[in-house]
Design a protein around this ligand. Structure first.
Ligand code: NAP
Length: 295
């Protein structure tokens, strides 16, 4: 039996950095949304919004994936940087196919198709290939480093020590505000925009900055001295271990930091402006907007 068109968009990772922005922006532009929730008590922030239905999901429990994708038209897919994501994506895509999903917008990573492949790029590219092979219409959003990492990963030391620590020397990195990634996703998921189908977009802001330059902008906008401290790979590994990261993820991030040090992470694209029609948010504006979380 042919599925009815109910215009519902399922957002996975809906309580995370990118997914929560996608949910908020889709809801405020009048869409019907299913927010897939992994940890129950994190659903509270959506419960007063009538445009948002809550559905439970655990990628490791296939029955929850099948339930979440039931009666869904489009999917914003956030997966986790882990080595078993390709198995999880295979199951997700199988269910998406059963439910005749009309469009999958997958959050990927900048350089997912680059050679030589990186640990994180490879896992995202394998997931992308699973989607390509399914025959379902897709768009891959491949962002550079999130500006929001300054809150989620470096926020604690910025608040408590006025410093953040990375083994990146003066290498530059293209940063992007997740609000811009979400805006691009909303354009692509809204209406019938076939021009975005079966395409991949590298997503960056307007500028590549070294972490030293980012520290100068943080200091100016927050009116206090914030220092970037270059550290050894060993110290970085120890710090990430203390944060509870797996060895797989630590190796993947140290590889990325090496790429930044070598000056190969400074690529800038025009995708945000091409898709949304406006310039991406600059880092100084991000710092102004998130000054409370950084103080
Ligand atoms: N950070 C960067 O600079 C960067 C740059 C480019 C690409 N990326 C990519 O962006 C993605 C991460 O996005 P993000 O930062 O928005 O993620 P995030 O903030 O870490 O959020 C992850 C989301 O996934 C949910 N989740 C965790 N385990 C789950 C499971 N077993 N089943 C279902 N859902 C689960 C989490 O829910 P709970 O919190 O309830 O567990 C949360 O909603 C990764 O694929 C990464 O490679 C990141």
């Amino acid at each position: 039996m042919k599925k009815e068109n109910n215009n519902t968009i399922l957002v996975t990772g809906s309580t995370g950095t990118v997914g929560s922005e996608v949910v908020n922006q889709l809801a405020s532009s009048g869409h019907r949304i299913k927010a897939a929730i992994h940890t129950q008590n994190k659903a509270d922030k959506f419960k007063d919004n009538n445009a948002i239905d809550i559905v439970n999901i655990d990628y490791n429990k296939p029955e929850t994936v099948a339930d979440a994708l039931n009666n869904v038209d489009k999917l914003f897919l956030v997966t986790l940087p882990s080595p078993n994501m390709t198995d999880i994506s295979s199951n997700l895509v199988k269910e998406a196919k059963k439910n005749e999903i009309k469009h999958i917008v997958k959050l990927s990573v900048l350089g997912a198709d680059a050679e030589p492949e990186t640990i994180l790029g490879q896992v995202h590219r394998q997931e992308e290939k699973i989607i390509e092979e399914s025959g379902l219409p897709y768009t891959f959003l491949r962002p550079g480093a999130f500006m929001q990492n300054f809150v989620t990963f470096f926020g604690k030391s910025i608040r408590e020590q006025n410093a953040f620590y990375l083994p990146t020397e003066e290498g530059k990195i293209s940063l992007v505000d997740v609000r811009d990634i979400a805006s691009a996703a909303v354009v692509i998921l809204s209406g019938n925009h076939s021009q975005y189908e079966n395409k991949a977009y590298g997503i960056t802001g307007q500028e590549a900055l070294s972490y030293g330059q980012a520290a100068e902008i943080l200091s100016k906008e927050l009116s206090r001295k914030i220092s970037f401290v270059n550290i050894s790979e060993e110290s970085a590994r120890k710090g990430m271990k203390e944060m509870g990261m797996t060895d797989w993820l630590i190796d993947a991030l140290l590889e990325l930091y090496g790429i930044i040090r070598a000056g190969h992470a400074a690529q800038i694209t025009s995708s945000i402006e091409d898709i949304t029609g406006r310039k991406p948010i600059v880092f100084s504006q991000f710092v102004k907007d998130y000054s409370k979380a950084l103080s």
